[in-house]
Design a protein around this ligand. Structure first.
Ligand SMILES: [Zn+2]
Ligand SMILES: [Zn+2]
Length: 211
């Protein structure tokens, strides 16, 4: 499994290029800016992009979907709830107001426990509602892509429309902190002192977890 962490856009979003060394198939998690560079980069590496996967439907994470899909033909995957919630005329208007291109509807939707397969890799979908109702983390081979749920030294906001702090803390405690401590945490924004962490380190040091 090959993981590349790439900072994109003006919101310091971390996009991830995840690829199978053997088959050269790849997926992009939250390609939210610098779309043409991203596509050039993956094509130069000889990778073929199968999926665009969004950790959640917020426009700062989905704004590159349309362009990357147009350039590569990759399919968009999102949790079924966020696909629905963030494709209304009101959500599109809000995205545009913030300066983001709204995402087209997902080509495939996922739920908790689903597996996304790229080449010889499989990524398990963990539904972690709270920051957004259809937020997901992706778990594969000791790696956890946490979107806006868990940051290095921080957690996602729960004061937004559709957020629930209670649901959020339950998602973190029951689904993320239950993973092995050596699991590598790959966050959705560059907010921390370092670009990645582990479940064990966050459990021990993240002041927001209250454990
Ligand atoms: Zn968000
Ligand atoms: Zn975000």
């Amino acid at each position: 499994m090959n993981i590349e962490q790439i900072k994109v856009g003006f919101m310091d979003v971390f996009c991830y290029l995840v690829s199978c060394r053997k088959t050269k198939e790849a997926l992009l998690i939250d390609p939210a800016g610098n779309e043409e560079e991203l596509v050039d980069h993956l094509q130069n590496k000889g990778l073929s992009l199968k999926y665009i996967v969004n950790t959640h439907g917020h426009a700062d994470h989905t704004c590159g979907n349309e362009k990357v899909k147009e350039l590569t033909g990759a399919k968009i995957i999102m949790h079924e709830i966020d696909d629905r919630v963030f494709s209304t005329p009101e959500a599109y208007a809000m995205a545009r107001q913030w300066g983001f291109a709204p995402s087209p509807r997902a080509d495939e939707t996922v739920q908790d426990g689903d597996i996304i397969v790229v080449g010889n890799l499989s990524l398990q979908v963990i539904h972690t509602p709270g920051h957004s109702p259809g937020g997901i983390c992706l778990h594969s081979d000791g790696n956890l892509f946490t979107g806006d749920t868990l940051f290095v030294g921080g957690i996602g906001r729960t004061d937004l429309p559709g957020s629930s702090h209670e649901q959020f803390m339950r998602s973190i405690r029951e689904k993320l902190l239950a993973l092995p401590p050596e699991t590598v945490v790959w966050p959705g924004h560059d907010y921390g002192m370092k670009p990645s962490s582990t479940i064990g380190y966050e459990k021990a040091t993240n002041p927001w977890l209250g454990v």
